[in-house]
Design a protein around this ligand. Structure first.
Ligand SMILES: *Cc1c(COP(=O)(O)O)cnc(C)c1O
Length: 402
């Protein structure tokens, strides 16, 4: 028996050991435990300094100014603060988003719909991309806000933010980007990208859970938002509550580490991802869900013809992967992302998301290929429905988007 292999980095990442070390220095009486708002004494001032350094690290990762970073409890809260915060400054207007967004955007948008806003939900192309033309056609004179993610959490598809942002900025429409899956993994340069609001999460980049940030552009003009929480003047009144210094310091350090290794790590993951894909695609009837080239290499989403994701997951208990729809668990509901991309229900229900990360090794990938191939063959042998000729013919249109 070997210990299970973790290939679910898109769900969460382990905290980097050096980040955990640093974090532990901000808790006890031997460490820096003060309240950063307590400016009257040294305990508070040391904590405030640590927060300022962390803010600078987060800002540097995305080429922003530290003053543009607001701490939140994660990307979910950052998305809420961005979308609801903007909506409360303007009454009943129009927004645009896509059907492949994370629930942490879609559920907020649904809420805006109940508050008098109208939304356009774009259908991506079969490869998961939103074409600039589609966005251009959806913008209306009363459009206030567009929310589109950078890297999709199920497929790894990378949207062309420069092209999409060029449209919104030309029309004076605000652009919010959920970058929970891309920050620290792909370069994000907010000095050149015309993005107004951007959400980050620490636990997707080897920091702790329960901390994230929202970038709010200040130049040329400071974007006005209504806070979600009241109760203190922290974060310029945009996010009340005592700052969780240990988590903030940890997020800052996680961002610093991610930024230094970003290019090399991306290349390393690309090689591992290609190895995994070539290995798995030696099986008949393996299809890639997503874009063949515009993808972040840490995520590989595949369906195996004739196999449901649940059956395969149960057959490989020592590989920790998820179904395409990590958030719809027991309902066996097909992924809303894959369905929006036009995958049929069978293919969507068969989707498995392998997500790789900093601690993934080549040996783990080789073992994964071996046990998945064995499991797929075993399940197909047992299945009265599996017939290579039949599955193969049904695959002709399956493979169309790829
Ligand atoms: C994980 C994730 C979120 C939620 O982030 P939390 O920090 O856990 O709230 C939002 N959007 C995307 C794309 C994610 O992957």
């Amino acid at each position: 028996m070997r210990s299970p292999i973790y290939l679910d980095y898109a769900a969460t990442t382990p905290v980097d050991p050096s980040v955990a070390d640093l974090m532990s220095q901000y808790l006890t009486s031997q460490g820096i435990f003060g309240n950063p708002s307590s400016s009257t004494h040294r305990f508070g001032r040391l904590a405030a300094e640590a927060v300022a350094i962390a803010r600078a690290h987060v800002a540097a990762l995305i080429d922003a100014d530290p003053g543009e970073i607001i701490w939140t409890s994660g990307a979910t809260e950052a998305n809420n603060l961005a979308l609801r915060g903007i909506s409360r400054t303007r009454q009943g207007r129009h927004f645009v988003t896509s059907k492949t967004e994370h629930k942490a955007v879609l559920d907020v948008c649904r809420r805006l719909g109940k508050e008098g806003w109208t939304g356009t939900y774009l259908d991506p192309q079969a490869d998961g991309l939103i074409a600039p033309d589609q966005l251009a056609a959806a913008l209306r004179p009363d459009t206030v806000l567009v929310s589109l993610m950078h890297v999709n959490n199920e497929t790894g598809v990378v949207q062309d933010l420069a092209a999409l942002g060029a449209l919104t900025s030309a029309r004076g429409v605000l652009l919010h980007v959920d970058a929970a899956q891309s920050a620290g993994k792909l370069p994000i340069d907010l000095k050149t990208l015309p993005i107004d609001l951007l959400s980050l999460s620490a636990h997707k980049l080897y920091g702790p859970k329960g901390i994230g940030a929202l970038f709010i552009r200040h130049r040329p003009n400071r974007i006005q938002l209504e806070p979600l929480l009241y109760g203190g003047n922290q974060e310029r009144g945009l996010r009340a509550g005592t700052l969780p210094v240990h988590q903030i310091v940890a997020m800052g350090e996680a961002c610093r580490i991610a930024g230094t290794g970003l290019v090399d790590e991306c290349a390393r993951l690309q090689a591992l991802r290609d190895r995994l894909w070539y290995g798995l695609s030696t099986l008949d009837g393996t299809v890639l869900n997503g874009h063949p080239t515009r993808h972040w290499p840490g995520i590989l989403n595949v369906s195996f013809a004739g196999i449901t994701a649940e059956a395969l997951l149960a057959a490989v208990p020592d590989i920790a992967v998820s179904t395409g729809s990590a958030c719809t668990s027991a309902t066996a509901e097909a992924s809303h992302v894959l369905r929006a991309m036009g995958c049929d229900a069978e293919r969507a229900r068969g989707a498995i998301r392998f997500s790789l990360g900093r601690f993934t090794t080549c040996e783990e990938i080789d073992y994964t290929i071996q046990v998945v191939i064995e499991a797929v063959n075993r399940l197909r042998d047992l299945s009265p429905l599996w017939h290579p000729a039949r599955a193969y013919s049904s695959l002709i249109d399956w493979s169309a988007p790829v």
